[in-house]
Design a protein. Structure first.
Length: 154
């Protein structure tokens, strides 16, 4: 009976070690696999509105919530607005002009291209920062207080 318990424990310990080594080997292999990973440029601000891992998982839900708050309720806040995302995550091209969503270097495209996900935000919204002009009219001719002009997919 003691021999059987000892043998069972030895097998369990061996399996734990084998699993640990196999996991480490697979992780090292994944790093050296040659599979290209997205290049994610850092933002320009001190910190994002939320933790980076949270934003990677939930940014679309937050943008949709902000969209609904703005379009359905007229609530315009800066914290989770697409304009603020674009202002912070701007990528400059060779001429120091911000690249648009049509450029593969664009912040949003880096992950969305990798994940084969279409970005439809920039069909209506500007994909690079614009100078704020609180007197500018939007496409409907209405100028909400504190709003900035957006243009399609530049």
């Amino acid at each position: 009976m003691i021999v059987r318990r000892t043998a069972t424990r030895m097998i369990a310990v061996a399996l734990v070690f084998i699993t640990g080594f196999a996991t480490a080997a697979l992780a090292a292999e994944a790093e050296n696999s040659g599979v290209p990973m997205p290049v994610i440029p850092a933002g320009m601000g001190d910190s994002c509105v939320e933790d980076t891992d949270f934003m990677r998982r939930n940014h679309m839900d937050m943008l949709k919530h902000q969209r609904d708050e703005t379009t359905l309720r007229g609530v315009r806040t800066k914290q989770y607005s697409l304009v603020e995302c674009i202002n912070c995550h701007v990528i400059n091209g060779s001429g120091m002009e911000a690249v648009s969503a049509s450029d593969p270097r664009h912040f949003c495209r880096s992950c969305h291209d990798y994940a084969a996900v279409n970005i439809d935000c920039f069909q209506c919204h500007a994909s690079r920062p614009e100078a704020e002009d609180p007197t500018a009219e939007n496409s409907t001719g209405f100028t909400p207080t504190g709003a900035t002009r957006t243009s399609g997919g530049r």
